[in-house]
Design a protein around this ligand. Structure first.
Ligand SMILES: Cc1cc2nc3c(=O)[nH]c(=O)nc-3n(C[C@H](O)[C@H](O)[C@H](O)COP(=O)(O)OP(=O)(O)OC[C@H]3O[C@@H](n4cnc5c(N)ncnc54)[C@H](O)[C@@H]3O)c2cc1C
Length: 275
């Protein structure tokens, strides 16, 4: 129990086992170990976890009792979290993989993933996530930037062999295209920023506008930078997409760290109105 008598939120404590660059802007960490037994796996293909980051000089040991720590530490010393998709989990091997986009020196999670080595600790809370591709959908539309590639790749792997649809993915350039395991009926378009700052180009909304597709019968999964998601939401609304067809949310926002980005969901700038 935490010090204020609320049950502590369960945390999974793993050890990094392998690191691998899957393209020039994404590093995959594979983590596992005995702590995997605490992982409450989910069927959702977009399952995600909130990873804890602490200041090494404080020597905090997991599981982190946030209520107790709030009583003794100033806010800037508290553990903080970043949200990441579980790209795959393997209960038999007691391992899972997370793909981290590396977006320069800014931030906590990106730089940490670059320097992570086997033996490092990975601590996170219980997974969230709700989406899974509907095997009965006539068509699928997947739209996302680098941050959503892991969730989209996992969804493609879960589609039935006769699934149809389109996949629009924004990355920096051709060297970032990874191979995707998918049914033949899914057409993939990679859209290149060509060195532009991520989150500044309307590549995804423009590609969706150009695409020939009809809303009826299409299940949509669209995630990535907030500005692009707002534009997409308007397009989907114009096309008559209904809420039950759509999984759409921002995964990050240009110029905001995750705490600010999450806090802004309660402010007008951060709201992506439902269709
Ligand atoms: C449900 C969910 C699932 C997600 N899954 C993944 C995933 O599998 N892999 C993944 O890499 N990200 C994923 N994200 C996005 C990730 O949580 C954010 O990118 C997060 O801000 C990264 O933390 P950070 O500490 O590196 O940077 P922060 O400290 O949060 O931000 C520092 C700066 O970097 C910028 N920034 C943040 N992310 C990016 C980016 N992707 N590209 C360019 N600039 C950026 C911010 O705007 C800010 O200016 C997911 C987010 C959600 C909500």
């Amino acid at each position: 129990m935490t010090s204020d008598s609320r049950p502590a939120r369960p945390q999974t404590i793993l050890t990094v086992q392998e690191t691998e660059w899957i393209n020039p802007h994404t590093v995959r960490l594979i983590a596992g170990g005995p702590g995997y037994a605490a992982f409450q796996d989910k069927d959702a293909t977009d399952k995600y976890v909130k990873i804890y980051f602490t200041r090494p000089e404080l020597g905090l040991e997991p599981p982190y009792d946030m209520a107790a720590l709030r009583e003794v530490l100033p806010p800037e010393d508290l553990p903080t979290t970043r949200t990441y998709t579980v790209r795959w989990s393997d209960p038999a091997a007691q391992r899972l993989a997370i793909d981290f986009v590396v977006h320069g020196n800014e931030g906590l999670a990106g730089p940490w993933a670059v320097s992570a080595t086997p033996g490092d600790r990975l601590v996170f809370g219980d997974p969230g996530g709700q989406y899974a591709p509907d095997p009965a959908a006539e068509r699928h539309l997947f739209v996302g930037d680098d941050s959503a590639v892991p969730a989209i790749a996992a969804a493609l792997e879960a589609l039935p062999a006769d699934a149809q649809g389109d996949v629009l993915l924004e990355v920096d350039g051709p060297e970032d295209c990874i191979s995707l395991v998918k049914p033949e009926g899914l057409r993939v378009q990679w859209l290149y920023r060509d060195g532009a700052v991520p989150g500044t180009q309307p590549l995804l909304p423009e590609a969706v506008s150009r695409l020939e597709w009809q809303a009826e019968g299409t299940q949509i999964f669209a995630h990535g930078e907030r500005g692009a998601m707002k534009s997409l939401r308007s397009i989907f609304k114009e096309r008559g997409v209904t809420r039950d067809q759509l999984s759409l949310s921002a995964y990050w926002a240009l110029g905001r760290d995750e705490l600010r980005f999450q806090a802004e969901k309660r402010e007008p700038v951060g709201v992506i109105a439902p269709v």
